[in-house]
Design a binder for this molecule. Structure first.
Ligand SMILES: Nc1ncnc2c1ncn2[C@@H]1O[C@H](COP(=O)(O)OP(=O)(O)OP(=O)(O)O)[C@@H](O)[C@H]1O
Length: 252
């Protein structure tokens, strides 16, 4: 493993047809760091994430994970890099046709049944880590509340013990109290498991709580980054307008 940053994006660009979405994104995330990317709808947060995950190929620039270029990887190399990643999807993305325990262990078994007793135990351990009781092992996700589904999705994301976890809008769809419970859980998981975390969100309370550092994406670039406690005191008019949700300001 390299001693440098865990993830580095250098002048990453991506256009779809005529539209330049990423226009030279530079970003560096240290091992064990939690970084949140904020930005308007359509600013390219998900595209950035997909570029790192290898789901979208950037047009130019480089993306390194542990010092290794991840652009254009295929086959075994791609699998090896993807094994470092865990993902909490927006909306949880659980399989309603599978019981909770199979959802949680999905990344370990790829959906194939394998040593049921052992996998149930693994699921129970991971559910415990997110504050859920083993009694829900055999329930289907659609029998659970949105907050519980989010926890099950978190348990699934951590079950393979990834080195890097991506959180895509982790609090979307939750009321402020349940959102805060999820934020607290994410903070403790990141600390306890020592993972590197990258979150994309429009929820400022979540960004401030989850992240050590926040970066704002605007007009295809990272226009500001700083410690989370500077978010409301950034001195940057774009960040100010965005975090305060004002209609007037430099953002059109
Ligand atoms: N595969 C694609 N083909 C064409 N356009 C795309 C594709 N993926 C994303 N886009 C466009 O790129 C822009 C940025 O999308 P992206 O999903 O990254 O925004 P976002 O910042 O994550 O927004 P939100 O906060 O609403 O999720 C959007 O205008 C979107 O329509």
């Amino acid at each position: 493993m390299s001693a440098g940053p865990k993830i580095v994006l250098d002048r990453v660009t991506k256009r779809f047809g005529e539209r330049a979405i990423l226009n030279g994104v530079d970003l560096s995330i240290e091992a064990g760091e939690s970084l949140a990317i904020i930005g308007q709808s359509g600013s390219g947060k998900s595209v950035t994430l997909k570029c790192i995950l290898g789901l979208i190929q950037p047009d130019a620039g480089s993306i390194l994970v542990d010092g290794e270029s991840v652009i254009g990887l295929r086959g075994k190399d791609q699998e090896r890099v993807r094994a470092k990643f865990g993902m909490l999807f927006q909306g949880s993305a659980l399989f309603d046709s599978l019981p909770v325990w199979r959802n949680v262990t999905f990344g370990l078994t790829q959906g194939r049944s394998r040593d049921t007793a052992h996998m149930k135990k693994v699921a129970e351990e991971n559910l415990e880590r997110v504050g859920l009781d083993g009694k829900i092992l055999n329930l289907r996700p659609n029998e659970l509340s949105g907050g519980m589904q989010k926890r099950v999705a978190l348990a699934r994301a951590i079950a393979p013990r990834p080195e890097i976890i991506f959180f895509d809008e982790p609090t979307t769809g939750l009321d402020p109290i349940r959102a805060d419970v999820i934020n607290d859980l994410i903070v403790s998981l990141v600390e306890d498991l020592g993972v590197t975390a990258l979150t994309i969100t429009h929820d400022m309370a979540s960004a401030r709580k989850i992240a050590h550092r926040v970066a704002m994406l605007y007009d295809g670039r990272i226009i500001w980054e700083g410690p989370q406690d500077r978010l409301y005191d950034s001195g940057n008019p774009y960040v100010d307008q965005f975090v305060q949700g004002r209609a007037d300001g430099p953002i059109r």
